[in-house]
Write a protein that binds this ligand. Sequence first.
Ligand SMILES: CC(C)(COP(=O)(O)OP(=O)(O)OC[C@H]1O[C@@H](n2cnc3c(N)ncnc32)[C@H](O)[C@@H]1OP(=O)(O)O)[C@@H](O)C(=O)NCCC(=O)NCCS
Length: 224
Amino acid sequence: MQPRSWLPERLEGELVVLLRHVPSNLAAFQRWYSDPEIARLNRHESGVMRRDEIERFFSARVVGPDTLSLAIHVQATGRLIGTCAFSHFDGDNGSALYHITIGEHDAWGRGYGTEATDLMLEHAFERLGLHRVGLSVFSYNERAIASYRKSGFVIEGTLRQAIRRDGRFWDEHEMGILADEWRTLRRMRSIDREPADNRALSIAAGAAVGAGPGAGPAGDQPRR
Ligand SMILES: CC(C)(COP(=O)(O)OP(=O)(O)OC[C@H]1O[C@@H](n2cnc3c(N)ncnc32)[C@H](O)[C@@H]1OP(=O)(O)O)[C@@H](O)C(=O)NCCC(=O)NCCS
């Protein structure tokens, strides 16, 4: 597999647009990854990354040749708010791991992260032809878990008390979504957007082929 050739120039959503990172985004990375709250939410090690670590990470994993990392910009204003990426491509088994960080606190909880994840999953399943996307998340990161569930991820397993933070141990969840589950979710969302009369017909048709509302991802329905 050749990840670089898979990098799109842009993935267009309604709330956000994902663009290739440019070298000047390093300044934002330095700010985001030296933020203790961000470190608490997405870093196994306690404490923040050093400036030189952030710079190495940016060169190797964000703008490097073997990454699929995209910048998250607000669609309406163009503001850079975060980054999302796939890592650990496994061509033999059609899988990858997903990562997302919205570094700007005032951009949390506005639907940006969920839409960015939706765009990345569409790219993974429709254009890269992946079969499975996984991720890991700390149990106290309830906003992230809610957002991942909305995108169709389900908790597949738990590493019990794997994280020591705030003076106690916390679980780390492994979440995943399969290509078929994502397609079912997409079909259900498009049915939700249809006018009521069409919706009844679509649900009836979907039920006939086993794709109705009861056939969601692995028995764990996303919240919307
Ligand atoms: C995790 C992250 C990507 C989510 O993106 P976001 O844009 O903030 O999330 P969204 O607004 O799309 O969705 C968040 C959902 O969680 C819900 N939520 C927010 N805070 C919550 C909380 N404390 N508990 C439970 N649910 C919560 C919101 O209500 C929303 O659901 P709704 O739309 O049904 O109301 C983003 O917050 C982020 O990058 N945070 C910092 C770094 C991080 O945690 N990265 C992930 C590491 S695994």
